[in-house]
Design a protein around this ligand. Structure first.
Ligand code: 261
Length: 406
């Protein structure tokens, strides 16, 4: 006996604003009542438990698909939304530079000076807002310099990922499936126009004069002599990087830092023993998964998942941030605890569309936090301001005010 994917009556009241402010209560109830359910505001089904996210991710009956708002933002073919030969080509384009053995060759020399350059600006101040002054700049500069975007300022790269993020996660639809809010797409459109104006000249240059930067390799590698990949073919994947890859190491560091601030003993332990930082980051990404609910799958055929009948073409949004709070996987999942048994979490996704940048992102976060604790070992959260997390598709603290004795 299989069940249809249900629509629970109470979920008709759920709004995007609610989900973006705090998705956990809605998703906790969904995990209990129907871990695969239609969520009307999204016009799609959501997989909310460890079991359903893993089952969908592991099933050969599903392919990757970009969410409708994501597709409206990135266009086609983005690496996260294609399958078969095009997916294989785009992964063969982005994967080589992201292999651990490759990343290990240059990550230290890349990220330490970047981290130091931002720390120098505020380490004698005794107070800072770490998201805008440190976590985001380190995140975008490390990736931007690798991609070939050294000429674009960190503030511009931050502005671009914020705009793309607001557009990508503009998921709210009415009962006819029409988008409710068009202004958020226009913010993304303006950013993309700026991106094209800045990146087109670089593509022109790299077409005739290749350089050892990622986007130049994307144009040339694996192509017959004298040919390059078409720019319209690589732009959607450039946008994937300019959003998720730019934003999420910053979210990962910031959430880890907020998690450590919830328990002074854990913070002291990590500052005293930097070898614990990778564990602290893994728990930070489980606790507040940066890519909370921005990945989707589509049924390629009529199939079944965890007792639910899934008709062909059903779109299922993978709520990894919810799966990572599943009581079936973790005790007290909403507590940050770096001493947990190291069980695998789903923050980097599952299956053949799993994150290509898992090693790179973790190294950026590790070095960023190592340098922060080395320079300012006596960080305290500024308790005059609350920490507000925001986001459903992507999630992290909006600001993190800190103080220290200089
Ligand atoms: C590098 C990963 O980026 C993304 C992942 C999921 C949705 C949008 C993204 O840009």
């Amino acid at each position: 006996m299989t069940m249809q994917i249900p629509t629970l009556e109470w979920t008709r009241e759920v709004t995007m604003e609610q989900l973006e402010r705090n998705p956990y209560p809605t998703y906790e109830r969904l995990r209990k009542e129907a871990p695969l359910a239609h969520l009307p505001i999204l016009g799609a089904a959501v997989a909310t438990s460890l079991e359903t996210c893993r089952a969908v991710g592991a099933s050969p009956d599903f392919g990757g698909i970009i969410t409708p708002a994501g597709g409206r933002t990135f266009g086609h073919p983005a690496v996260i939304g294609v399958n078969g030969e095009v997916h294989a080509d785009l992964r063969s384009m982005v994967d080589p530079a992201l292999q651990p053995s490759e990343v290990d060759r240059w990550i230290e020399d890349l990220v330490r000076p970047i981290a130091r350059s931002y720390l120098e600006k505020f380490e004698d101040d005794g107070a800072a807002e770490l998201v805008s002054q440190y976590f985001e700049p380190v995140s975008v500069r490390a990736l931007g310099d690798s991609m070939g975007l050294q000429s674009i300022s960190s503030d511009k790269l931050r502005e671009w990922f914020h705009a793309l993020s607001v557009s990508f996660t503009n998921a709210g639809v009415d009962e006819n499936g029409e988008f409710l809010d068009h202004t958020r797409f226009e913010i993304g459109d303006r950013a993309k126009a700026e991106i094209r104006a800045a990146v087109d000249p670089l593509l022109d240059k790299w077409t005739t004069d290749p350089e050892d930067v990622w986007i130049s390799h994307w144009l040339h590698d694996g192509m017959p002599e004298g040919q390059t990949r078409d720019r319209d073919y690589i732009y959607p994947t450039i946008y994937v990087f300019l959003l998720g890859a730019m934003q999420e190491p910053g979210h990962g560091m910031a959430s880890t830092m907020v998690g450590l601030f919830t328990d002074q003993e854990q913070l002291d332990a990590v500052v005293d023993e930097p070898g614990l930082i990778p564990q602290a980051i893994a728990e930070g990404m489980r606790w507040t998964s940066p890519i909370w609910s921005a990945s989707a799958r589509v049924a390629l055929t009529d199939t079944e998942v965890s007792g639910f009948h899934i008709p062909k073409d059903t779109v299922i949004i993978q709520s990894y941030g919810s799966a990572n709070h599943d009581e079936a996987g973790w005790d007290a999942p909403s507590t940050y605890d770096l001493r947990r048994k190291p069980l695998p979490h789903l923050a980097f996704g599952f299956g053949n569309h799993a994150c290509a940048g898992i090693y790179f992102a973790n190294q950026v976060c590790r070095i960023g936090l190592e340098e922060l604790f080395e320079s300012i070992p006596n960080l305290e959260r500024d308790t005059d301001s609350d920490v507000e997390f925001w986001g459903w598709g992507f999630r992290g603290p909006k600001e993190l005010h800190v103080t220290w004795e200089v």
